[in-house]
Design a protein around this ligand. Structure first.
Ligand SMILES: C[S@@+](CC[C@H](N)C(=O)[O-])C[C@H]1O[C@@H](n2cnc3c(N)ncnc32)[C@H](O)[C@@H]1O
Length: 391
């Protein structure tokens, strides 16, 4: 994310709204946090190691009440912010995705996670949202309804549980004609096989384009997946596939229709990392489970099913952390030609490249020039940190 400070605080108004949803605004008791943490200890391997895939013969976590409660208290707050970060990035780059009131359909909504991120962002930016979350588990959709019943963020929320046909959200797409469609940590879980995943997204793109032909509205698809190597590489491959088929026109994080440079090396991957100070109660739940959350790690793709001009054609983006080596600073940047190592040696820093000594992952350059060994000469940067709601 090009605009973030080194670390931001979990937004106080969102935290308050979540406490209202989770605990009617009260501080959760020590006993309650202990119970959630104990449940989280059993839940996190199912998500992180087994990737949430449906285990043969055993009930999926989404159908177990204790798991759903622990999920809502621990994963929802962090995952919700990922949605808000993407909306904010697009907004600050001059593409307001909610210039008109949004009809948003979230597939695999869990306890309504995406609602909280989108609704918080909308309430801060003065936007209107009509949100529908769909999930296989009525336990999750009930939890989502319960949490949004007091409607602290003032946006419209509806939740629908699936029938036996897992593609039934297609009927909702036809009925609601959503302008925004999201899969937040749910795409690979719903479609473990890449071929099925790609086929579903291609079908969705043509359906969304058909809706646009009828009503003339812009449409957006947001895919968010974990930041792990496996998940991020799968998402990048999906993105490349959809792009090659003409089913996705990337707005972010990729700056035009280039192929993913990270896929050139089987050990490489591209992800976001946003350091955040989380609420004390979330840290306490994590501590009981032996987990520590210090940043939001995720991968994402935001695209239009219809053609659109790139925000920064041939732009470059820093896609690694800043490596401070002896005598020099280096980063990898994403270019149309693939990933490129760029550096500035302290002894060769000058007015046009010294900014790089403090550059961060996510930074965007409209243009840049470097020498054969990657020594940066100059870059035209998109200004970092301008008037963001994250601080
Ligand atoms: C990791 S959770 C993500 C929940 C939420 N979107 C978030 O980011 O916090 C994945 C969700 O996908 C749902 N899911 C998995 N397979 C599904 C299927 N075949 N049909 C519908 N929902 C499914 C699960 O019930 C679960 O709520």
């Amino acid at each position: 994310m090009f605009f973030l400070p080194e670390k931001f605080s979990f937004p106080a108004d969102l935290e308050q709204a979540l406490r209202l949803g989770l605990w009617r605004g009260n501080d959760p008791s020590e006993k309650e946090l202990e119970k959630l943490g104990t449940q989280l200890r059993a839940l996190w391997p199912k998500l992180a190691q087994e990737r949430g895939f449906q285990p043969a013969g055993a009930a999926h976590y989404s159908f177990r009440r204790e798991d759903a409660e622990a999920y809502a208290a621990y994963y929802l707050p962090a995952n919700a912010l990922k949605v808000a970060l993407v909306l904010e990035e697009s907004y600050l780059l001059g593409k307001d995705l909610l210039a008109d009131p949004a009809i948003w359909l979230d597939v695999g909504t869990g306890p309504g996670t995406a609602y909280w991120g989108a609704a918080w962002w909308c309430s801060r930016r003065g936007k209107k949202l009509r949100f529908t979350g769909w999930d296989q588990s009525s336990l999750f959709t009930e939890k989502a309804r319960e949490m949004t019943a007091r409607n602290p963020l003032g946006q419209e929320a509806h939740f629908v549980a699936a029938d036996k046909n897992s593609d039934s959200y297609f009927a909702l797409v036809r009925k609601l004609a959503p302008t925004h469609l999201s899969f937040v940590n749910s795409l690979a879980e719903i479609y473990p096989e890449p071929e099925a995943r790609h086929a579903a997204l291609e079908k969705l793109s043509s359906l969304l384009r058909e809706l646009t032909r009828k009503d003339g509205k812009e449409r957006w698809v947001l895919l968010i997946e974990p930041g792990s190597r496996t998940s991020a590489r799968e998402l990048a491959a999906t993105k490349d596939h959809l792009q090659n088929k003409g089913a996705a026109h990337l707005l972010l994080p990729c700056l035009d229709n280039r192929a993913c440079g990270a896929l050139a090396n089987p050990k490489d991957w591209c992800h976001e990392e946003a350091a955040c100070d989380f609420p004390a109660w979330l840290n306490q739940i994590g501590a009981v489970a032996g987990l520590r959350k210090e940043s939001l790690l995720f991968s994402y793709a935001l695209y239009s099913p219809a053609a659109l001009p790139a925000l920064f054609p041939d732009g470059k983006r820093i896609v690694s952390q800043r490596l401070e080596r002896k005598g020099q600073v280096e980063c990898r940047i994403c270019t149309r030609e693939g990933k490129q190592l760029v550096r500035v040696q302290h002894s060769k820093a000058h007015a046009e490249n010294e900014f790089f000594l403090k550059s961060c992952r996510g930074e965007i350059w409209k243009s840049a020039a470097w020498e054969a060994k990657g020594d940066l000469l100059q870059a035209e940067r998109v200004p970092p940190g301008k008037e963001t709601i994250f601080s």
